[in-house]
Design a protein around this ligand. Structure first.
Ligand SMILES: Nc1nc2c(ncn2[C@@H]2O[C@H](COP(=O)(O)OP(=O)(O)O)[C@@H](O)[C@H]2O)c(=O)[nH]1
Ligand SMILES: [Mg+2]
Length: 222
């Protein structure tokens, strides 16, 4: 597969179609004139990996959504091939966020992803979206339930109200991105991140690139 150069750490965004992945990236872009990620009106149509760079710091990788009711075996296989190849083979992958609508249940799809992250030793956190549509007690109940089911840190945010995505970005940066640079700098491992002059001093989402750097198309013949 033809990915961008392996010179920056990456965080993968996983989640069902319509979970709010594109909206999350748009919120992180800081309300610039141009949204960074297209918000989908036709769920399930994205069959690409989209790389969004926070220059010289890291990249978000928006992965195609899942939710396989009504999908053919071929579509499911293509999705699995693209996503699993990227997740298990990408040397600069630092962590993953699993986004889900806060009003939905933890299903077999989420459980399969959790097990896959676990099998490849990839740290991950859950981001529950659409908190603006939930009451206070529903929020507490859902967050506790998903915490139990996922065994991972859980954030509950709204992509439409306030700046709650910033808290998630801070967490990713502190937990996954900074350690990645520190390991690279000490020369103990990760040769591929050495010497490219990137700085990990601060979160830089406002500098997120306006368009995906590169998209990787799913192969249609598997
Ligand atoms: N109320 C509300 N709607 C949201 C939120 N996040 C996303 N949406 C809406 O959910 C739909 C799907 O969002 P999108 O970002 O395209 O999801 P994606 O398929 O995961 O990229 C769009 O209509 C968004 O406006 C949120 O936090 N609150
Ligand atoms: Mg999207």
């Amino acid at each position: 597969m033809d990915y961008p150069p392996a010179n920056l750490p990456e965080i993968a965004l996983a989640g069902r179609s319509n979970a709010g992945k594109s909206s999350f990236l748009n919120q992180l872009s800081g309300g610039g004139r141009k949204p960074v990620a297209k918000v989908s009106q036709a769920p399930g149509k994205t069959r690409l990996l989209n790389f969004f760079e926070v220059p010289a710091k890291y990249r978000w990788v928006d992965m195609p959504g899942y939710g396989f009711a009504g999908c053919s075996g071929h579509e499911v296989r293509s999705w699995k091939n693209l996503v699993e190849t990227y997740l298990s083979g990408r040397e600069v992958l630092a962590g993953s966020l699993l986004l889900m609508d806060g009003r939905r249940e933890w299903t077999a799809d989420e459980e399969n992803l959790r097990a896959f992250f676990h099998s490849i030793n990839l740290p991950f956190a859950i981001v529950m979206t659409k908190a603006d549509k939930m009451t206070g007690s529903a929020k507490r109940e859902a967050q506790e339930r998903i915490l139990r089911q996922s065994g991972a840190p859980v954030f509950l945010i709204s992509n439409l109200v306030g700046k709650s995505a910033d808290e998630v970005e801070e967490f990713c940066f502190r937990s996954w991105i900074q350690p990645f640079f520190q390991v690279g700098a000490s020369g103990t491992s990760t040769d591929q991140v050495g010497g490219f002059g990137a700085s990990a001093d601060q979160v830089g989402a406002s500098g997120i690139s306006a368009d995906p750097l590169l998209t990787v198309k799913i192969k249609d013949n598997q």
